[in-house]
Design a protein around this ligand. Sequence first.
Ligand SMILES: Cc1cc2nc3c(=O)[nH]c(=O)nc-3n(C[C@H](O)[C@H](O)[C@H](O)COP(=O)(O)O)c2cc1C
Length: 324
Amino acid sequence: MTITLDTFRLWPPVLLAPMAGITDLPFRRIVARFGAGLVVSEMVASGEMLTAKPSVRAKARTELGLDMAASVQLAGREAQPMAEAARMVADMGAKIVDINMGCPAKKVTGGYSGAALMRDPDHALRLIEAVTGAVDLPVTLKMRLGWDTDSLNAPEIARRAEAAGVKMIVIHGRTRMQFYKGTADWAAIRAVRDAVGIPVVANGDVTDAVSAAAALKASGAAGVMVGRGAQGAPWVLAEIAHAIHGTPAPAIPEGDALADLVAEHYESILSFYGADLGLRLARKHLGWYAERAGAPLRAEMMVSSTAQETLGLIRRAFGERIAA
Ligand SMILES: Cc1cc2nc3c(=O)[nH]c(=O)nc-3n(C[C@H](O)[C@H](O)[C@H](O)COP(=O)(O)O)c2cc1C
């Protein structure tokens, strides 16, 4: 099934989830290049966006280097700053604005944004209407099944969001109180799908073609969104799309090709954030690549404090390993 948001066709319907601290522009570029229907920015706090802090604006950058609509996710608890932030990210090139109503973090819900908005649907709707009214772009909504198992109100909110102009809904098949525990309930997403006419996308624990097919079957969703499964494996969305939608198979890098990819990702993190911050932020990605590939020298990469040394380690860990 194709997902169309106004004039944008999200093909294949395998989308990269927003992940704070992970789906920055360097990572989104790589995932997009392998192949994905959409890559979503990490959440951008609307209040901070309005202060124009450079580090916050960097999260909303949209230069994917491909002919692909960039989606920027906004988080916030008040309608007006969300509307203003939406206009700002549109000015920065966003073609789709996503609203975060799923984040379970206390820092976020304590501020009544993220999943906390699901506890007050009237307020959530005012916020959604403010955003859909502020920009002439498709607005999408990402949320959970509800706050807890006694309040599975995603279908009701989805229906109201559709009436307010939202064009696509992503459901992480857990409640807020589950945080990331247990397993995602893909079948429960079907009630949302049945409640609206707009595309609904299933999210949570989709890591490969098998889980993607199971999530689609159980939920009846129009597509899947992959988060943690793409860490250290930016090609996984393209693999899923190939298996399910028949798109071209990605060339999964091994040996020197993997070393080249990891080095390229590493250098793009350094140039995006600057060397000091980049060096530290890159470590988690190196760790994931190493874990996935079963590569050695992980501990050394975690403590390496110069780019040159780290690049040498990357070459040895990923390149020589397979070649040997
Ligand atoms: C480290 C991390 C950061 C996340 N940040 C965001 C975020 O900024 N916005 C959001 O809507 N969801 C965020 N999420 C939730 C993911 O988008 C996704 O809903 C969740 O991880 C379930 O999907 P998965 O099992 O494919 O990872 C985050 C998840 C993780 C693990």
